[in-house]
Every structure is written in C-alpha cells, then in structure tokens.
Write a protein that binds this ligand. Structure first.
Ligand code: TMP
Length: 204
C-alpha cells in the first residue's frame, strides 16, 4: 500500500514549491511518488476552475457540492484515480483535500453540511497526514501579486484572513482525529522543507 499526504494552506502559502521538494525526498528514499491537486483536472474540476476565474457563475452551496463531487471523482475514477495509485503502492501527494472545503466553504456555508457532503470521500481515503503551511495573509498576497496576472474568487486579503482563521480553528478541533502538522510558512524554503520532512517521518 502507498501513502496519502495532503497539503493545505491559504492561496500563496508556497504549497507547490514544498510539494515538489517533498516528492524529491520521497523518491530519493526509493519510493514511487505521484503529485495531484484539487480542484482536479477531471470534468468537475474543470467546471470549478471556470467558476473560480469568473468565467462561469455558481452560488456558494453549489460550489461546496461541486468540490465534494470532484473529490470523489478524483479518488475513484478509473483513469487516474488516487485510490488505484495508493493500491499500487504509490505515495500520492495532493495539493488540497478535505480541509480546504472545510475552511473555504464554511466561511459562507454550514460546516456540518460540508462535513456530510465530504464524509464519503473521507471514509474512502483518510490522509496519512495533512500538512498545513501557515503564512500571514499579507505575505501571501504579496507573493501572488509578483507571480500572477489575475486574481481568483477567494484571493482578497479579508477572505484569506477569514479562511486562515477557519483553518486554525478547525485544526484545533480535528487534531485528535486526524494527523495534522502545522508548519511555519514564513521561513526560508529549505527550512520549511526540513520541518516537513522531520514531522512526517513519524507517520510512516
Ligand atoms: P489552488 O489555488 O490551490 O489551485 O486552489 C484553487 C482555489 O480553490 C483556492 O482558492 C482554494 C479553493 N478551494 C476551495 O474553496 N475548496 C476546496 O475544497 C478546494 C480543493 C479548493
């Protein structure tokens, strides 16, 4: 059996860089490792991306349901589903998973309903470890301004602050049930990568 590691954080928290570094370390240990992300590249994920960019419109409840459906499809589809990779012994690192829905959608939609929507996915595959990269919203906004030409639906400072607070509150509540690591994302890239590596070893 492989392992399932998920990365979480507000937009601009540096997840992509750390995911690439973690993949390299896992491969150096002789394991196969596959990277993926949510929203996925599948049909429901494509629809979600259109909503995030403003090309398509959907209300927040519909968005919550779309994220949960995309997640199940991402796990179970027969073309490149996560579950089949795990069953082949591959380590899968996913950029965002359930905690993203809890944190982002619960700012506007009932958390209890979001949990119900996502329970099928969590029962299907529970991460060995969720890695939350914590960063100040101001720093995240500065980084995104340097790296991108457009902003998406959730990328205002107020919204990122709300989402970060939701993440921290939820992690406090879920810590007993889930393996969640909080990493200080305001440090140098190499230091963050070392912190992640030291912390995840205990789950394998
Ligand atoms: P990304 O910028 O990490 O690719 O994620 C796209 C956006 O989608 C980001 O603003 C977070 C948001 N999102 C949710 O609101 N709920 C979810 O369940 C997921 C996976 C992402």
């Amino acid at each position: 059996m492989g392992h399932f590691i998920t990365f979480e954080g507000i937009d601009g928290s540096g997840k992509s860089t750390q995911i690439a570094l973690l993949k390299r370390r896992i491969e150096q240990c002789g394991h196969r490792c596959s990277l993926t992300a949510e929203p996925s590249t599948g049909p429901i994920g494509v629809m979600i991306r259109q909503c995030l960019s403003g090309r398509m419109k959907a209300d927040e409840k519909t968005m919550a349901a779309l994220f949960a459906s995309d997640r199940l499809d991402h796990l179970l589809n027969e073309t490149d589903g996560i579950l089949s990779k795990i069953n082949q012994g591959i380590y899968v690192i996913c950029d965002r998973y359930i905690l993203s829905s809890y944190a982002y959608q619960s700012v506007r939609v009932s958390l209890e309903w979001i949990r119900q929507l996502n329970s099928a996915a969590l029962d299907t595959l529970r991460p060995d470890c969720h890695i939350f990269i914590d960063i100040e919203p101001e720093t995240a906004i500065e980084r995104m301004a340097k790296e991108r030409f457009h902003t998406e639906l959730f990328e205002t400072k107020e919204r990122l602050t709300e989402v970060r607070n939701r993440y921290l509150e939820l992690i406090g509540q879920l810590k007993k049930k889930e393996n969640i690591i909080i990493i200080n994302g305001n440090q140098a890239i190499e230091q963050i990568s070392d912190d992640i590596w030291q912390n995840i070893s205990k789950f394998f």
